[in-house]
Design a protein around this ligand. Structure first.
Ligand SMILES: [Zn+2]
Length: 355
């Protein structure tokens, strides 16, 4: 039954608040028509729904990023199957996961709690965050694409703003001034040196650094007296990101401001729910643990002390034209969720991949 739901979800354009809210309302109506109580709440204009009383949360988001229909081979808002792949806007990020969750929930409404939000692509602060703060579930599964791998870990995110100040003068006599842009670049190389000294975490490696924004200077013939940069750091779970920022501050002689600091995901793989899910998966596919490079709504649950994994179907071209989901992987995903309900076994696994 997931396929009919997925077809409907793909036909709805959830790339702004109105569209994403309408998608939430559609699912709420669909569940109510089948006799289920549904709570729809709204925060800062973003709607979310919660259905069921179970202690195992199935968490998905119904919002998508905008896409240009002209860059697609077919109609992005019509679910199209070709060679075992289902194509459509938002199909793997993450309407397939949501449709699978609806399917599993309808079969086990006392075991699962279905949580569908509409602001994940904008940070999740008005959907998953307030729901996680209720702390009324024991385990959460985030159905983002993982290619049926079990993801228990991802990197923390830190955004830094670097500000360098200098002294302006005429470019014909630069030695009379102090070039703030050149200074910032020198300091940025120091930052990279600090990061390069961090021991790598296997298999995810060292923290990554991206110099994403640089602003400064007015004209070629003026020595600039101001420059600012924004830097994105992704820090593996075993590394203390606060300590890393402290080390950077100590090494640099310019201002370092923390713009954003979001925790990593680092769920205990020995948690009984995690091992039980691994056991359910082992009956259908090999159990492989993976890191994920990107962040997700999972961090809100882990932040509240709720064990959480990311686990979802296979697909590609996320946030790009011709986004696809593998049909067979969705079928397997639904089966694993349903098996999880009565699963007794516990399977152990390591994190051996990075997705
Ligand atoms: Zn997503």
């Amino acid at each position: 039954m997931w396929k009919g739901v997925l077809k409907q979800l793909v036909s709805m354009k959830g790339w702004d608040a109105d569209g994403a809210n309408a998608t939430v309302e559609w699912v709420a109506g669909f569940l109510r028509d089948r006799g289920h109580g549904v709570e729809v709440f709204e925060q800062e204009g973003h709607k979310s729904l919660i259905a069921g009383s179970g202690k195992i949360a199935l968490v998905g988001h119904l919002d998508v990023v905008p896409t240009d229909p002209n860059s697609w081979d077919g109609d992005p808002f019509r679910l199209t199957e070709k060679g075992g792949r289902l194509y459509g806007s938002g199909v793997i990020d993450m309407k397939a996961g949501c449709a699978a969750f609806v399917d599993a929930f309808l079969e086990h409404p006392d075991f699962f709690r279905l949580i569908l939000t509409s602001d994940e692509e904008q940070g999740g602060f008005n959907g998953a965050a307030p729901i996680a703060r209720r702390r009324d579930v024991e385990f959460a599964i985030i159905g983002e694409r993982t290619n049926l791998r079990l993801c228990t870990a991802y990197n923390a995110i830190v955004w830094l703003r670097l500000v360098s100040r200098g002294r302006s003068t005429h470019a014909s006599r630069p030695w009379l001034g102090e070039n703030a842009i050149e200074r910032l670049f020198r300091e940025f190389l120091l930052l990279k040196e600090v990061v390069s000294r961090v021991p790598p975490e296997v298999p995810v490696g060292q923290p990554t650094v991206n110099l994403g924004v640089v602003e400064g200077g007015r004209r070629p013939n003026i020595v600039p007296d101001f420059c600012e940069a924004k830097v994105d750091l992704r820090v593996p779970p075993s590394i203390d990101r606060h300590r890393l920022v402290k080390d950077i501050r100590e090494a640099l002689s310019i201002e370092v401001e923390v713009l954003l600091s979001e925790p990593p995901l680092n769920t205990d793989r020995n948690n009984p729910f995690v091992r039980r899910l691994a056991s359910a998966l082992s009956k259908h596919a090999p159990v492989v643990g993976t890191y994920i490079r990107g962040s997700s709504d999972a961090r809100f649950f882990s932040g509240e002390g709720i064990p959480v994994v990311e686990f979802g179907p296979t697909g590609g071209n996320m946030h790009a034209p011709n986004e696809w989901a593998d049909r067979k992987s969705i079928e397997l995903f639904v089966r694993v969720l349903k098996d999880f309900v009565d699963e007794k076994g516990e399977v152990e696994f390591d994190l051996t991949e990075v997705l």
